[in-house]
Design a protein around this ligand. Structure first.
Ligand SMILES: O=C(O)CCC(=O)C1=CC=C[C@@H](O)[C@@H]1C(=O)O
Ligand SMILES: [Mg+2]
Length: 341
């Protein structure tokens, strides 16, 4: 995976400058999401504002370096001009039991689209059907989408999406892991007369070549996330090159990372889908006041007020802070290499 430069026309800020305004936070989640119960992030404060460096702990340095590029863009460069002053946001339902769906949805103010996690390890298709049915019951008029995080093979995906099709899914996000599988699934669904569009997420944000999805006609829609793609400008360039409709989504960020997602959503020439930027509702605590959560189903690009005096209350153990500092140093070294610029 090639690192991207946060701002090709500017020198990379040195590590000491990045660390001068850095804080590490550990934020508990209200309920398990993608197998985690707590989200750690390093926040960087630069001349343009705040940036979030929060690659998931298992990501290697090459992948994590993109997240650093995005954080540096946010804090040292700032955002491109917006073309809209608000963006629609979807509610996100983790792989919870159907009884908990009402509680999750109640947190989302006015979201007309709901994304539901499916295919969770240890669960069955029955669990997914029950969860989606519970969402439909609580939100009879909402547009529904599901996200399998690549957990199905092509046959499992065909069966699952055939069973879910009566809910008139807006799309199924990353039903299978690889691009060829997604391409095959699209053909199989069409042959079976199952009308569920396919969205590519991991096949874009974790791919060596995010354009492969379009080349192989493996998706109808792409999901774009600022941090994994290396920044708002890098994500805008990928959307332009791929040429498919884009859905902007979060990386389970604090309000600082969400602000970057809103900047991308606000700057995209076209935005036909609600954005997966409502995930601050999944966090028990946050770093900004007010939190960047949707009101009447919308988020607006605007000033973000990070609650700096409260950040030390969210600090993890000293060894975790040291781990983040070391990770930042290694990722910075990758960005500083000539091939990273
Ligand atoms: O898209 C959304 O509604 C919320 C964001 C979201 O689902 C995700 C955020 C972070 C990590 C991922 O496992 C997950 C996703 O796969 O899209
Ligand atoms: Mg996804």
């Amino acid at each position: 995976m090639t690192p991207v430069s946060p701002a090709p026309d500017r020198p990379l800020p040195p590590v000491a400058e990045l660390l001068a305004g850095a804080s590490v936070v550990a934020v508990p989640l209200r309920m398990r999401f993608r197998g985690v119960q707590q989200r750690e992030a390093m926040l960087l404060r630069g001349p343009a504002g705040w940036g979030e460096f929060a690659p998931f702990p298992e990501y290697d340095d090459a992948e994590a370096a993109r997240w650093l590029a995005a954080a540096i863009e946010a804090a040292w460069v700032g955002w491109p001009e917006p073309v809209r002053d608000r963006v629609a946001v979807n509610a996100t339902v983790p792989a919870v039991a159907p009884e908990l769906v009402g509680e999750v949805l109640a947190r989302y103010d006015g979201c007309a689209t709901v994304k539901i996690k499916v295919a969770q390890a240890g669960q069955e298709l029955r669990d997914d059907l029950d969860r989606v049915a519970a969402v439909r019951e609580h939100a009879p008029l909402a547009r529904l989408r599901v996200d399998a995080n690549g957990a199905w093979d092509v046959e499992q995906a065909r069966l699952a999406l055939s069973a879910l099709a009566p809910y008139e899914l807006e799309y199924a996000e990353q039903p299978c892991r690889s691009v060829p599988e997604l391409a095959r699934l699209r053909v199989d669904l069409a042959r079976a007369g199952v009308d569920v569009p396919i969205a590519a997420d991991e096949s874009v944000r974790r791919a060596d070549d995010p354009l492969e999805v379009a080349r192989q006609q493996a998706a109808d829609v792409i999901v774009v996330k600022v941090a994994p793609l290396g920044g708002v400008r890098a994500a805008l360039a990928i959307v332009a090159q791929v040429g498919l409709p884009a859905v902007v989504s979060s990386a389970l960020d604090t309000s600082v990372g969400i602000r970057a997602g809103v900047a991308l959503a606000a700057a995209l020439p076209e935005l036909d889908y609600a954005c997966g930027l409502g995930t601050v509702e999944l966090l028990e605590r946050d770093v900004a006041r007010p939190r960047l959560v949707p009101r009447a189903g919308l988020l607006a690009p605007g000033d973000l007020h990070v609650d700096e005096p409260r950040l030390p209350d969210l600090a993890p153990a000293p060894e975790r802070i040291a781990w983040w500092v070391e990770r930042l140093r290694r990722c910075h070294a990758l960005l500083a290499r000539p091939s990273g610029g």
